[in-house]
Design a protein around this ligand. Structure first.
Ligand code: NAD
Length: 453
């Protein structure tokens, strides 16, 4: 590990990764490599958790290509020094900010969208001119292997390398000195990464999780709400970091809402081809989820098949904040529904939980929407939809508080892997004598004028 990092640092210090032409060439190369390996990547993810080619293209590789294309198109603009104003005290001068790559970046991926979550930060790091060591999640083992094979065959290890392994390997990696650590995963492991980074004062981006609420207010368009909510919740069998973790529905429409959700789930999910229905990632998560199903509160579903690691899309009714399912991130196809009567009261309860990664607000009432946006802190979210803010690369994506630190996607990703060097560039044709001795009262008067004191 030490040699791997040292070799990447030596390569970085040759400055070869910095020119725009090099970075564009690598992005183009990466796009070609991805295309050439596409069928192998699709096969690997299906072996890991039965994710279909359609879903993998729509929710993983499609988004990776989108990031690549945006980075290639915008890189020249992102990389330009940005002029800023200069104040009178510094006259005559101009001021600008130059982006520069941080150096050797470590990227640690999570398992639930193994391609998107590992490769999107790589694109950002590459665009900014870093060298990269990627450690994909070991849980989808075929996917991790496929990523490693693709990278090892097509990139020099001194520039971009993949290390496979779990907690022990990651801990070894974290002992090394990196110039940037980008981590996606749980809040618990995020804290370990933050501690390890502090040892070397390495800057971090932490993309973590949490319980993301969904508000369904009395004024919402119920038909549209249910369609979009059911899709976003049960996508990837509920194993999506920004998926609605629980629903807060206005009591006046609770029955209608539950009936409409039931109808939508039965129509769109109960007849799908099980060969292509995403599985729960492993037995441990399967058993954890089964334990969270309170049989007395099941409104729909609740069935599970261990051999297939399949859990029916499940609606739970009459859930309270005291229930076990409200004490941890669900991260599976279980949707607890909690009725509320007063928006201020329910917001108070939600604020007692850690700040979530996402929030979905289904409403046609401006005041309610503004109140939720003003009073609840969360990473990012959607109004009248779920999940989809993640698919807009122009929106910085990240959490707040225990759901994360920093953000990425599009230009925000480029910034996450860059340092912005501030330069005051002085002209030589004039030097005001004010700051030099003798420090007279006249000069003090001038300083007061200039500083408007
Ligand atoms: P995880 O924290 O268990 O694992 C993430 C990575 O850390 C993996 O690569 C794993 O090998 C490594 N790791 C695990 N234990 C470690 C340890 N003790 N020391 C060092 N490294 C260790 O997370 P996960 O189960 O892969 O992902 C699920 C979590 O990630 C959920 O909380 C979810 O909300 C969150 N998530 C967040 C985002 C986001 O963009 N914010 C995206 C996907 C998932």
């Amino acid at each position: 590990m030490h040699d791997l990092v040292a070799n990447q640092r030596s390569f970085f210090e040759t400055h070869q990764t910095k020119p725009l032409s090099f970075r564009l060439r690598q992005l183009n190369h990466f796009e070609q490599v991805l295309k050439a390996h596409e069928s192998r990547l699709l096969e690997a993810i299906h072996k890991d958790f039965k994710k279909s080619a359609f879903e993998t293209m729509a929710t993983e590789l499609g988004l990776v290509y989108q990031e690549l294309k945006l980075a290639k198109r915008q890189l020249k603009h992102w990389s330009r020094p940005k002029m800023v104003k200069t104040n009178w005290v510094n006259f005559p001068a101009k001021s600008y900010v130059i982006p520069e790559p941080l150096g050797v970046a470590l990227i640690i991926g999570a398992w639930n969208y193994p391609y998107f979550l590992s490769l999107t930060p790589v694109i950002a790091a590459m665009a900014a001119g870093n060298t990269m060591i990627l450690k994909p999640s070991e849980l989808p083992s075929e996917t991790s292997k496929a990523i490693q094979k693709m990278v090892l065959e097509n990139f020099d290890a001194t520039y971009f390398h993949v290390v496979e392994g779990g907690a022990a390997t990651t801990s070894e990696l974290l002992k090394q000195k990196f110039d940037k650590i980008f981590f996606t995963g749980s809040t618990q492991v995020g804290k370990l990464v933050y501690k390890a980074a502090a040892e070397h004062l390495t800057p971090v981006t932490l993309e973590l999780g949490g319980k993301s609420p969904t508000f369904v207010t009395a004024s919402c368009n119920l038909k549209m709400t249910v369609k979009r909510l059911v899709w976003g919740k049960f996508l990837n069998a509920g194993q999506t970091c920004v998926a609605p973790d629980y629903v807060l529905v206005h009591q006046s429409i609770e029955t209608q809402f539950l009936e409409a959700c039931k109808a939508e789930i039965e129509k769109s999910l109960y007849h799908i081809d099980r060969h292509n229905y995403v599985q729960i990632i492993n037995n441990q998560h399967f058993e954890r989820l089964v334990r969270l199903i309170d049989k007395g509160k099941v409104y729909l579903g609740g069935g599970a098949n261990k051999a297939e690691r399949f859990i029916e899309p499940t609606l739970l009714k009459g859930v309270t904040f005291e229930d076990a399912i409200m004490k941890e991130e669900v991260f599976g196809p279980l949707l607890p529904v909690i009725p509320y009567t007063d928006i201020s009261e329910i917001l108070e309860k939600v604020r007692l939980l850690p700040k979530p990664l996402a929030c979905s607000i289904f409403t046609n009432n401006t005041q309610e929407r503004q109140q939720i946006l003003r009073e609840l802190s969360f990473g990012g979210g959607t109004v009248n939809d779920t999940v989809m803010h993640l698919a807009n690369p122009h929106l910085p994506f990240g959490g707040v508080g225990t759901s994360g630190l920093g953000n990425y996607h599009g230009e925000a990703g480029f910034k996450a892997f860059s340092h912005f060097k501030s330069i005051l560039h002085k002209g030589n044709w004039l030097e005001l004598p004010l700051k030099y001795t003798p420090l007279t009262s006249k000069k003090l008067w001038w300083i007061r004028q200039i500083l408007k004191l």
